[in-house]
Ligand binder design. Structure first.
Ligand SMILES: Nc1ncnc2c1ncn2[C@@H]1O[C@H](COP(=O)(O)OP(=O)(O)O)[C@@H](O)[C@H]1O
Ligand SMILES: [Mg+2]
Length: 282
């Protein structure tokens, strides 16, 4: 996916149509064409043509079943969220795709305000126990709403953890989180010289997160970045607050995962239970 090229293809009418879809995502999975047309202030026939064009570009998905309506694809929601970051003056240029996985696509970008950054576009929803309950009451929460929530959850967690070993969080729009670029490699890709110290640093960070009321929820060798300068912990969409249902089991699982990795990769013996007790006592 080349966001920069696609971005240039978009005209003022296309953005207005995407604006209208975005505003109505919470009420409709497929936003009716009449609503799009009236809120975008574009006649229905012209709106339909633009929506066809956007569908050819894989930005929206149109549906005729039951009624005529449109929704975002992952690409479309990401492009639109980027547009909001640009419009608010926080992003000035989008760069290369740094990595794309099952759950996100991460791009380099440049901001006059913040310098070199990354934008992380969320693909899926991470629902904690509390939110799953809400989901049942709410009916069908579709991909866009879940991805947006997931981005919000990550942004909120990063904000609470500012000053600790996490990327600085600059902005959240749609499914996009704008954050500091960390120049370091994932733990699983490197052989560290001082594994005991690195494990201690990670557990110390987990304790600091806990003191600020946050549990990571997906701590692993894939979500720790390391360099000569130190360590950073990334990837917070599934984080929970201390006190939320299940938080303690989630914390225990995080600690177990990381200690198990160090045991497997570096033969370090560390007692999981006493590591957990130490975090909870602080
Ligand atoms: N702030 C960042 N600085 C540098 N690289 C990052 C940053 N955030 C994410 N990445 C890169 O993108 C990859 C995916 O990001 P991550 O937040 O772990 O999302 P996912 O849920 O897809 O695993 C990371 O493994 C890392 O290589
Ligand atoms: Mg990750």
């Amino acid at each position: 996916m080349n966001l920069a090229e696609l971005y240039k293809e978009m005209g003022k009418h296309s953005w207005r149509i995407l604006d209208a879809i975005f505003r109505n995502l919470w009420d409709y999975e497929y936003v009716p064409i009449q609503i799009i047309s009236s809120q975008a202030r574009i006649g229905e026939e012209k709106a339909r043509n633009i929506l066809r064009y956007l569908s050819d570009l894989r930005i929206v998905q149109n549906r005729q079943k039951d009624y005529e309506g449109s929704t975002f694809t992952f690409l479309g929601l990401s492009l639109y969220s980027l547009h909001r970051l640009v419009r608010s003056g926080k992003v000035n240029a989008i760069g290369k795709l740094m990595g794309e996985g099952k759950e996100s696509a991460v791009f380099n970008c440049y901001s006059e305000k913040y310098g070199e950054c990354v934008v992380k576009f969320h693909k899926v929803g991470h629902t904690s126990f509390k939110k799953v309950k809400e989901k049942r009451d709410y009916g069908d929460l579709h991909f866009s709403v879940l991805a947006i929530r997931s981005a919000r959850n990550e942004f909120k967690a990063l904000q609470k953890l500012q000053g600790l070993a996490v990327p600085k969080a600059y902005a959240w729009e749609g499914n996009a989180v704008l954050m500091e670029l960390i120049d370091a490699k994932e733990l699983y890709r490197v052989r560290v010289e001082n594994p005991e110290d690195v494990l201690e640093m990670i557990l110390e960070e987990v304790a600091k997160f806990y003191r600020r009321g946050i549990v990571h929820g997906d701590l692993s060798q894939y979500n720790v970045l390391v360099s000569e300068e130190g360590i950073w912990i990334i990837d917070f969409p599934q984080s929970v607050e201390v006190g939320e249902e299940g938080w303690r089991e989630i914390l225990e699982r995080d600690v177990k995962n990381i200690i198990t990795y160090f045991n497997r990769a570096y033969r370090i013996e560390k007692d999981i239970n006493s590591a957990i007790d130490r975090i909870l006592q602080e």
